[in-house]
Design a protein around this ligand. Structure first.
Ligand SMILES: [Zn+2]
Length: 373
């Protein structure tokens, strides 16, 4: 199956060949079991707007995201800007409170905000973060740290190491290594790696993660800073999701897991339509892995959201039969204020239909934590 991509008013610039297996048929709507969800998996497609989703749909013929039973839209603005950044939007989704662009789970005045992951830990649930960027980057950071400046990677790593997240998978090794270690980006005496090793297995390659993953708490650093794009990664986000879910569900006390498709945003910043499609398809397969678990488990709420739209991406022409986008355009190399998708499956999914704000989503997740125990 191939997808042809052509920027508007320009010659053909890219041909992307995708091998996309068929998506299984839609599942039946399930009755909400009494007590609400025991587990929550929140998928965040960074920068994933409606057009990004549509482009992946054209490429694949069918998406796992079409298996959801409830759909809605999210508004994404921050407390100080119509157009949000990932830090402010992730803060809204992690805490239920809007903040300034650049802030990580502190309010506009700088006061720390309790996150859904911290609440889940208080309730005795296991927690996990999976991303395709440094785990200290804005989206995962907002769930497990509190800093006024999203670029303060050293402090974010310190807080994450001392926190309670049970499964941490992504890039960012350089921020966790002590300054005395080769490849460290640290300039202080803090040793986040030692703090992590006190409470979990720590691995630095996908092969080690495959061996140790799923057996309990684990931190896996798959890159010094950010992992490469989809063509350079020797694992899929779906595989990382499966490992995280296995580890978190091995003890029956419920879990909260956030999985980020981090690089949809970066490809859209680059106005690279082919990259947007490939990263969105990789994200969609991870969502499929989460849905597969939720269908079997029966007490898992799966949510798909995005933090903002990136690129002002527009699809202007093509063919479904040929999986071809013959004309497209981007209106910006930055973010936009357009609404983004919100999908829900499982217990309490019906609560998520309609148009909501990203801070509403955070508040809703917090209200559901521990509800089903
Ligand atoms: Zn961005």
């Amino acid at each position: 199956m191939s997808i042809w991509l052509r920027k508007a008013a320009a010659p053909l610039v890219a041909v992307i060949i995708l091998s996309v297996p068929a998506v299984s048929s839609c599942v039946d709507r399930r009755e909400t079991p009494p007590g609400g969800p025991a587990n929550i998996i929140l998928f965040i497609g960074d920068g994933m707007g409606i057009a990004h989703l549509t482009a992946a749909r054209i490429a694949c013929g069918k998406l796992h995201m079409e298996r959801f039973e409830v759909a809605g839209l999210l508004t994404t603005w921050s407390s100080d800007e119509l157009v949000t950044d990932s830090a402010a939007s992730a803060t809204a989704m992690a805490t239920g409170v809007k903040t300034r662009n650049g802030s990580i789970s502190v309010d506009p005045g700088g006061t720390p905000l309790r996150t859904v992951i911290e609440l889940a830990e208080e309730r005795g649930m296991r927690t996990g973060l999976v991303s395709l960027c440094s785990v200290t980057h804005a989206t995962p950071a907002a769930f497990a740290s509190h800093v006024a400046d999203r670029d303060d990677n050293l402090e974010i790593a310190r807080q994450m190491a001392l926190g309670g997240v049970d499964v941490l998978i992504g890039g960012g090794l350089e921020y966790f290594l002590p300054a005395t270690a080769g490849g460290s980006a640290r300039t202080d005496t803090c040793d986040p790696m030692a703090a992590l090793r006190e409470r979990m297995a720590v691995v630095t390659s996908i092969d080690e993660l495959r061996e140790s993953g799923g057996k309990g708490p684990v931190a896996a650093f798959l890159a010094q800073n950010h992992p490469g794009p989809v063509g350079e990664r020797d694992y899929t986000l779906a595989e990382l999701t499966d490992i995280a879910v296995t580890a978190l569900s091995s003890r029956g006390n419920g879990f909260f897991l956030m999985v980020e498709g981090s690089q949809i945003d970066w490809e859209a910043h680059d106005n690279n339509a082919g990259g947007v499609v490939l990263e969105t398809v990789d994200f969609d397969r991870a969502v499929g892995a989460g849905l597969d678990f939720a269908e079997k488990n029966g007490r898992t709420l799966v949510i798909v959201a995005a933090d903002h739209e990136t690129g002002g991406f527009a699809l202007l022409g093509g063919s479904l039969q040929r999986a071809e986008i013959s004309s497209y355009d981007f209106s910006t190399e930055g973010h936009t204020a357009s609404m983004v998708p919100l999908l829900a499956f499982g217990p309490n999914a019906e609560d998520f239909g309609g148009i909501h704000d990203n801070a509403w989503l955070g508040g809703k997740l917090i209200s559901l934590i521990g509800f089903g125990k």
